[in-house]
Design a protein around this ligand. Structure first.
Ligand SMILES: [Fe+2]
Length: 289
């Protein structure tokens, strides 16, 4: 349990390094630091000296039918060996096919065939990185006619069979629930609690007939309500605020992390104790057991 963190963004590098703001941890975008040297790595060294970090990627393309990019995975492993993140995460999606990168996090068909395909690839990645990974649910705007199960059945089966963790993006559940007209509570009720290692919180834009996961607004009240429900179901799990456009002053991000903390503080388990007391350990290193 790392506590309540903030996504590290370029606009806040100097502020974080110079003032060491009170925040529990940072999530960094792995690809921003997969470089030979220079300012990004200096920044990461400075941040890592004072905070726990988690490495969050956008390029693994775990669902693609293209071969895994072994150069990318080697760079990811090297970066992790140097900076020792608490864990590494990426998205349950595909970002390209046939050698073309679409630069988007695209949903998969929810089928047994896709489960087998993704599970084998996650196991391969975990062996190569020598650690378990977390997979994140993405927001989506279309669905495959071939799907034979719900998204929550799909991600739960993959996490169980690949023996990996889940990064549960509460905002993405809310966005997809609206876009596909399912009940977000059904999603939360079905995900295996022992697999949930981290939450994401973010803001989205409302386009009337659909919601778009833009990470450019404050977290909406309805998403906070869903977050509270997740907290009751899963207990205290490391939470992280993402903000990628119209990025505010760092203080607003820190306030959002504090609000997540306050929600956990206000919740009690049936014995009347704080949920934080039941915080569970992160994934075991022995992911191949
Ligand atoms: Fe996310």
């Amino acid at each position: 349990m790392l506590g309540y963190g903030v996504g590290l963004r370029r606009q806040h590098y100097s502020h974080v390094l110079e003032t060491r703001p009170k925040v529990d941890w940072f999530e960094v975008i792995s690809e921003n630091f997969m470089v030979e040297g220079g300012r990004p790595l200096e920044v990461l060294e400075g941040v890592r000296a004072n905070y726990p970090i988690v490495m969050h990627g956008v390029s693994m393309s775990i669902g693609s039918t293209d071969p895994l990019n072994r150069d990318y995975l080697r760079q990811l492993r090297d970066l992790a060996q140097r900076f020792e993140p608490a864990w590494i995460s990426d998205h349950l999606c595909w970002t390209g096919v046939g050698g073309r990168n679409l630069h988007d996090l695209l949903p998969l068909p929810y089928t047994e065939e896709a489960i087998r395909h993704v599970v084998a690839r996650i196991r391969d990645v975990q062996d190569m990185l020598e650690r378990p990974i977390l997979i994140e649910n993405v927001s989506s705007y279309m669905a495959f006619a071939d799907s034979t199960m719900t998204e929550w059945e799909f991600i739960s089966a993959i996490a169980n069979e690949a023996d990996c963790g889940i990064l549960l993006d509460i905002n993405n559940i809310f966005v997809s629930a609206f876009n596909h007209r399912f009940d977000a509570n059904d999603y939360l009720d079905a995900v295996p609690a022992e697999r949930v290692v981290q939450y994401h919180l973010a803001g989205h834009s409302d386009h009337g007939t659909y919601l778009l996961d833009t990470h450019d607004h404050p977290v909406r009240d309805e998403v906070w309500t869903l977050f509270e429900r997740a907290a009751r179901r899963f207990g205290a799990v490391s939470a992280l605020v993402e903000w990628d456009d119209n990025i505010p002053e760092f203080a607003e991000l820190a306030d959002t992390a504090d609000r997540a903390n306050a929600i956990f503080d206000s919740l009690k388990n049936p014995d009347g104790d704080s949920l934080k007391k039941s915080a569970k350990p992160a994934l075991s290193a022995d992911h191949r057991s």
